[in-house]
Design a protein around this ligand. Sequence first.
Ligand code: FUC
Length: 820
Amino acid sequence: MKSRSSLLRLLHLARHPLAFAALATSSLLFATPSTPSPHTLWYRTPGEASVTNGLPVGNGRLGALVAGTVATDRLAVCEQTVWSGGPYDFDNPAALAALTEARRLLFAGDYARAHSHISRNLVCKWDLTERRNFGSYQVLAFLDLAFDAHTAEATDYRRELDLATATVRVSYRLDDTIFTREIFASTPDQVLAVRLSADRPGALSLLAALSRPREPEAVADAKTITTRTDTPRLAAEGADGHSLRVRLNRNAEPDGLRLLARLRAVPSGGTVTATEAGLRIEKADSVILYVDGSTDFRGRDPEADTAARLAAALSKSFPRLQADQVADHRKLFDRVALDLGTSPASALPLPERLAAVKGGQPDPALAALYFQFGRYLLISSSRPGGLPANLQGLWVDNLRPPWQSDYHTNINVQMNYWLAQTTNLAECAEPLADFIDTLVEPGSRTARVHYDAPGWTVHTMTNVWGYTSPGSSASWGLFPMGGPWLAQHLFEHHDFSGSPDPAFLRRHWPALRGAAEFILGWLVEDPSTGKLVSGPSNSPENRFTTADGTTTSFCMGPSMDQQIADDFLGRFVAAAALVGQDADLAARAASARARLRAPGIGSDGRLMEWAEEFRENDPAHRHVSHLFALHPGRAITPDGTPELARAARLSLEGRGDGGTGWSLAWKVNFWARLHDGDRAHALLLNLFNPVSPRTTSMRHGGGSYPNLFCAHPPMQIDGNFGGAAGIAELLLQSHAQTAENTTVLDLLPALPSAWPTGSAKGLRARGGFLVDQEWRDGRLLRATVTSTTGRPCRIRYRHTTLDLTLAPSASRVFSPPAAP
Ligand code: FUC
């Protein structure tokens, strides 16, 4: 009986060539629990359309979090320009007059007065109007699916995200019908596609509708950024379309963006009727839902754009649309393959896997999955021409995400991009480079208004409207080195390319020149030492207590600022010579760099976070800012500066192995740079610590939500990216140079003993190199180094080195001598 009905179903599918082809490429290949794919996050139970539970898909611009619930399903659909607020001048013209006094008080050691003076004066303008205008990234709309006749208990439920095809699949059985859902976001066609099918003819009847929460009235709450949106307008469009329109934060000054979301349905074997309440699909065999949305951000035309994209997508066959999407994704995703070994735990659904690892079971494949998930998320949230990945990447589930889901620049957005170069996704870093360029103009105004300084900078946070001022509270918001730190990524982009042609640097030269000008205008001479220091500033976002009992974070010359200045100016001097511009500025940069106060080593042997040995208020503070020079900087290395490396190690010991998600991820990178793979691995396990989807307080400590998104808590994507970057850093490093400035490729510099046998293919190193490695019993077997541009390099594995210059595109296999 069973086999007869299965046969009938196959025949039924065969009647619909499109459906059959789609099924052949997907559902039939649906991995079963006994044959888990190393690239799959899978579940036996439904999730929620939330950032802690939904499965993410995205095309860099448009994405969704998929719940996968049975009778009703919800997708939180996101589009990266959906920002409330608007362009606004937050700079505080009163700040400049307070600058000299702030520096005088700090140099005189009068921290008590400095604290209240700086807190009062060196902040942006920030009242209700300002809060509204900063705005927030918001969900575009929900796509709600309400299925008829879904009353029986579902069996054989399975939900999965396949990272290799960038597709979410949901399947379940109701009585004797198997229902399947497939969801992906197409980059080539710029739409979200949802394919619903049943293996019994005519079994699909549902209402598919767009909706959006309405923001409550603005409240005069000192902490909350509030805006007010109109009630969304829903409409039927043609025979098979449904739309949602709303203006974001009307009543703010000026009116906010116009938002439009559109849905179209193409049923197979049934009917569709468009109503204001949504699209009614009756008795279909399968149906494909297409969603697009946009705003009028930077002059986009949401009406015309979405209409054109949907029309083009609908004119394509679904198998073609899907094949193009998979091919586009694989072009990026397949560049790197990582095999760290497997274990029985690898076959479990993700929540059980996380619990098993917490219980001490080995699961090296989970680290490989985390690594590929990080790459998947960057591919899905950051594509050329778009905005960079924000605090939650692309994915939000409401109108008021934590920290506005903005761009924080005292660690977070930088961490988002650490993996881009090393894991072979350089083009995904372009949105950040373009975004940096957009900060030059507003950041120049901020530099001038607040500090009378040339060039540009950005402080602790920014948004798509060009916010560059210090924050509303100086204790976290006065971080003037955000600009130069961001600009470090431009140098990295060039370095990784290995290109002899500095075209990329030239393109972004105004940003680089401006950051150099800012540093030179901002640094002041410490009257007691004659050294140049940054300040007033703080060491994000740590506080200390002085001898007279004052607790503050404000100081002159915090180690992080000094290290960023050192890193930036050094790179700028080299880059200026390369592009053949600004020789005078470069000469000034070189002499200022030589006069920078270098961070010292304290009496306890630790690298000092501040210029003096203050008592830290929170010795385990999540930020580890003073180790910038170890990572992402490169001035501290175990071989080049062993004393500083030892001091950095002691500082890390002092901080401990806890912290928020991104803090754990950063520590993985630090320990990797210190060549301590096992300690890094311990931190990685902490990053896998299962966190309940309801937990939003950072007091619980970091870890992973059931959808593998990083828990700060709340959800923040930086830890996903930073963790993936850390795994790459354990396997290959290229920041060290020989005395002749030749790139050193450090093979397996920090291999954890938990990954004794494995391989990593396609990792990228500075100087334009691709590296494949295989190892067994904890030792490198062989590495294949491919040069893309023909620069020299030194290969280093433990105590063996090999200097070589390969022709462009040439490879060399390196096998280290057998162990003695
Ligand atoms: C920084 C961190 C916080 C949080 C916020 C978004 O300010 O100190 O922990 O990650 O960014």
